[in-house]
Design a protein around this ligand. Structure first.
Ligand code: ADP
Length: 398
């Protein structure tokens, strides 16, 4: 069976067509600037690439163009749309309305649109738009929703609750949901496979470090805690997000800066993190270049990121009562040796020891073992593959 994976943003739509027998990507690409001037689809298939510069006023036109590209001369990989067995849609927030990957029915669509938008106002409406567009263009094809928070649904109540009035949690659903679940799920399972162990026997901390970063404790194959919270603003400081901050400091900042509540949250999401600390950039490559030029604030931003990430690793080792493996993944986790070294430095007491030379080796897209000889804890770099998890879950559901 072939599964189409769709990741719709407010003005973008990324896709992959995956053959589930081989788990190979047959075609992939993305539409940019949907609803804006100059919209474009960059599509790959059959080892070729094609750029479609075509007006895409909405997601429906975008998905029609994607389906055309999948059958087009040169890059086409299917003859008919009937070859697509199902579509898996990435959805950021599920709240408590959906516990796992869910087949779309009219009722599911209603819940998605009426209940979850306010949990992820930037992401979930875009996903629903992409979903509706697909349903219109491919009315007979089954659609599945795969949630970023799905893998974190196994967290116990003591881990996901905030210390607020319990009735308010019940009434408003204010609790920790987590994010990047498909990535944490994928790399923790890959780690077990690589180590030749059963997932049930392993205590793993997975560090998904990218523009957005989250750290998870995976005990026996199940997530028991994660650093992101009610929204992806929580946890370690990120590219432009503040990470955890005292709620009173938020109110104080709002008052001093004369910002409304929503504007303050926008400030914490867009103007803070390593970009705010360094005053230079949210991109870790720019921060490293800054450090080389002697920029103290770039160094401070990187020091804070390493320190905060390390604290989560330690906390999760304590939560699990042990640690067998640390996994680094995503843009920074896969490509930035200095961050990995900062996180692991000082964790020798837990049995973590990395081989600094192996840590410096270039990312070749394979799984890499950074553990030094005699390290009790395995330290791995594993390229993430969120699309494959979405495709697998969609196929399993069918
Ligand atoms: P997201 O998917 O959350 O947008 P990524 O996982 O792509 O983010 O991570 C982006 C971060 O990874 C940036 O801060 C970037 O500096 C860092 N990075 C470092 N080296 C590389 C590289 N070679 N390729 C891509 N990203 C890199």
């Amino acid at each position: 069976m072939k599964i189409l994976v769709v990741n719709a943003g407010s003005s973008s739509l990324k896709y992959q067509l995956i053959d589930m027998e081989t788990e190979k990507v047959l075609a992939k690409g993305g539409c940019e600037r949907i609803g804006i001037d100059g919209s474009v689809l960059k599509a790959k298939g059959n080892g070729n690439e094609k750029v479609y510069e075509k007006d895409m006023p909405n997601h429906k036109v975008a998905i029609e163009l994607v389906l055309h590209a999948l059958r087009d001369d040169g890059i086409g990989v299917i003859k008919s749309m009937d070859e697509i067995g199902a579509v898996g849609h990435r959805v950021v927030a599920s709240g408590e309305y959906f516990k796992k990957t869910t087949l779309v029915t009219p009722e599911v669509l209603k819940t998605l649109e009426e209940k979850t938008f306010e949990l992820a106002p930037l992401h979930n409406p875009a996903a629903a738009t992409g979903l509706r567009a697909c349903m219109e263009v491919m009315p007979k094809t089954p659609m599945a929703l795969v949630f970023d928070s799905g893998f974190h649904q196994t967290m116990p109540e003591k881990a996901y609750l905030y210390g607020i009035d319990y009735d308010d949690y019940k009434t408003y659903g204010v609790r920790k949901y987590g994010a990047h679940g498909t990535s944490h799920k994928f790399v923790s399972a890959e780690a077990a496979k690589y180590l030749g162990k059963k997932p049930e026997s392993l205590k793993i901390v997975t560090c998904h470090l990218g523009n957005g970063s989250s750290i998870s404790a995976v005990d026996g194959g199940k997530c028991i805690d994660t650093s992101m919270g009610f929204t992806p603003l929580a946890g370690v400081l990120m590219g432009t997000r503040s990470g955890d901050i005292d709620a009173s400091a938020v109110e104080f900042l709002a008052r001093k800066k004369g910002l409304s509540h929503p504007d303050t949250v926008t400030y914490l999401n867009k103007k803070c993190g390593v970009a705010g600390i360094s005053g230079v950039s949210s991109d870790f490559r720019d921060l490293e270049a800054g450090v080389k030029e002697g920029n103290e604030r770039c160094k401070l931003a990187l020091d804070m990121f390493g320190y905060q990430t390390k604290k989560f690793v330690g906390a999760y080792a304590a939560a699990m009562g042990g640690l067998d493996c640390i996994v680094f993944t995503a843009g920074i986790g896969e490509n930035t040796p200095s961050v990995r070294a900062d996180v692991c430095e000082g964790l020798e007491f837990l049995g973590v020891k990395i081989d600094l030379k192996a840590n410096e080796a270039k990312n070749d897209g394979s799984i890499r073992d950074l553990s030094a000889k005699g390290s009790k804890v395995k330290v791995l770099v594993i390229p993430t593959n969120e699309e494959l998890v979405i495709a697998r879950e969609t196929a399993e559901l069918l």
